[in-house]
Design a protein around this ligand. Structure first.
Ligand code: FE2
Length: 431
């Protein structure tokens, strides 16, 4: 035997051993869930359940209205690590339990795995809102726990992220830390609706709808959850009971008045016949916090171009982040210039909106230019200094999050700090 052929034999033996080891490992794969489960695009008859596994597999969701009788099953067609299962033909306003599985093996189930489909009729609704939450830090955890203490056993019907969901550049790892490891419990049983911020856009393209932000979330693009189809995941709308939500992209999409986004928004907001219209996006039209709405282009353009469209459609509430402050306006209309052009005539109500103080804000049903409240809620992971803006009733530098409670023609807004204490509140009534 030549020297060369003995080396060949050794190589063959080594290769066989490696293959045998691989076969043994393949027989006992350790499948684990590395992201989720989390809920997307909830409607009154459908929902999307997402999760990710470390090894590719075919995903299934078992579901039913009793926790230990998951009688229904939906299976995805692809073999993948990134699982997306849409459940359809569901009853409205109904609690379903679910388990996620790969191949035949149930990999995750618990009594925390449930969702409640959206109602067709008005229903008391609790909405949680976080802004600039994506730092994966102690403050974000405290703000989360403050809200959980505040809400107690009251289920969160849906929740909003106002952008900068993952610092510093919206990568997969940053989304893992800032979102999926920070909010595992609420992701599992409340549908999350997100807006894109400038930090998320560090790794995502609104034009091409690529990158972690666009790959992780499934907002409706074809009007699946109500509203006019936007044709893009960058901005979209949806209904929940008697509330219409409009999400805009203040960063990566064209903000021109005649552009696709604001043309769509005008049509969408005008067509809605819901009692309440709530719009949200990242860059605030009014702020004197860590950003200044008098000098920064995204903020100026959203104020000058989006606000006239939304106020004409009677939008009630606009939520933003970007500044790491809590700033809450009076009930105002028609303020599209810099802060030094704000006048008392722009105030539809010069009070606090607090029932135990100057009274709730009152609006007629579905009337154009009858007042909007603008809120910056960007302190869910950090609070920076803030100065007064003349449109603002309250300006605070306190870590916290926002709670919206809608009950028929009444909307209660509460700013809850990181200890679960109420730091601001007001009420708006319709009709
Ligand atoms: Fe931002």
């Amino acid at each position: 035997m030549s020297k060369d052929s003995s080396f060949d034999l050794l190589e063959v033996q080594t290769a066989s051993l490696t293959q045998a080891t691989a076969k043994i490992e393949n027989r006992t794969p350790k499948s684990s869930i590395i992201r989720g489960p989390y809920l997307q695009q909830g409607t009154d008859s459908s929902i999307i359940i997402r999760w990710a596994t470390n090894i590719p597999a075919q995903g299934s969701v078992l579901y039913g209205t009793e926790p230990h009788k998951l009688l229904f099953k939906a299976t995805e067609t692809a073999i993948t690590c990134d699982h997306t299962v849409k459940l359809q033909e569901l009853e409205s306003d109904t609690k379903y339990y679910y388990a996620i599985a790969t191949s035949a093996e149930v990999t995750q189930s618990s009594e925390d795995n449930f969702f409640v489909t959206a109602p067709k009729q008005p229903k008391p609704t609790r909405i949680w809102v976080v802004g600039d939450s994506g730092r994966g830090n102690d403050i974000a955890a405290q703000v989360r726990d403050g809200y959980l203490k505040f809400t107690g056993t009251r289920h969160t019907d849906l929740w909003l992220m106002l952008g900068d969901n993952a610092y510093d550049t919206g990568t997969w790892d940053e989304y893992q830390q800032g979102v999926f490891e920070m909010y595992p419990q609420i992701l599992r049983n409340s549908v999350l609706w997100t807006a894109i911020g400038n930090h998320d856009a560090g790794s995502a393209s609104s034009e091409w709808q690529t990158g972690p932000y666009y790959e992780l979330f499934n907002p409706p693009t074809q009007g699946e959850a109500g509203g006019v189809p936007s044709g893009t995941a960058a901005y979209y709308s949806f209904d929940y009971g008697n509330i219409h939500f409009i999400c805009l992209d203040s960063y990566g999409s064209d903000r021109a008045s005649t552009g696709a986004m604001l043309t769509w928004a005008a049509e969408d907001a005008a067509e809605s016949d819901k009692d309440w219209q709530i719009a949200f996006w990242h860059h605030p039209p009014y702020t004197k916090g860590s950003h200044d709405s008098d000098t920064e282009i995204e903020l100026i353009e959203m104020r000058e171009r989006a606000l006239p469209v939304l106020e004409a459609a009677g939008v009630d509430l606009v939520l933003s982040g970007h500044s790491h402050s809590y700033e809450r306006s009076y009930l105002i209309d028609g303020h599209y210039g810099t802060s030094d052009t704000f006048t008392l005539q722009m105030m539809q109500d010069r009070g606090s909106g607090q029932e135990d103080n100057s009274g709730a804000y009152q609006k007629p049903s579905d009337a154009a230019h009858t007042g909007t409240v603008y809120i910056v809620a960007g302190t869910s992971a950090r609070a920076d200094e803030v100065s007064p803006h003349p449109a603002m009733h309250t300006s605070l530098s306190i870590p916290g999050s926002l709670v919206l409670d809608v009950q028929e023609k009444r909307l209660d807004v509460t700013f809850v700090d990181d200890l679960g204490e109420v730091q601001d509140y007001f009420t708006m009534k319709k009709g």
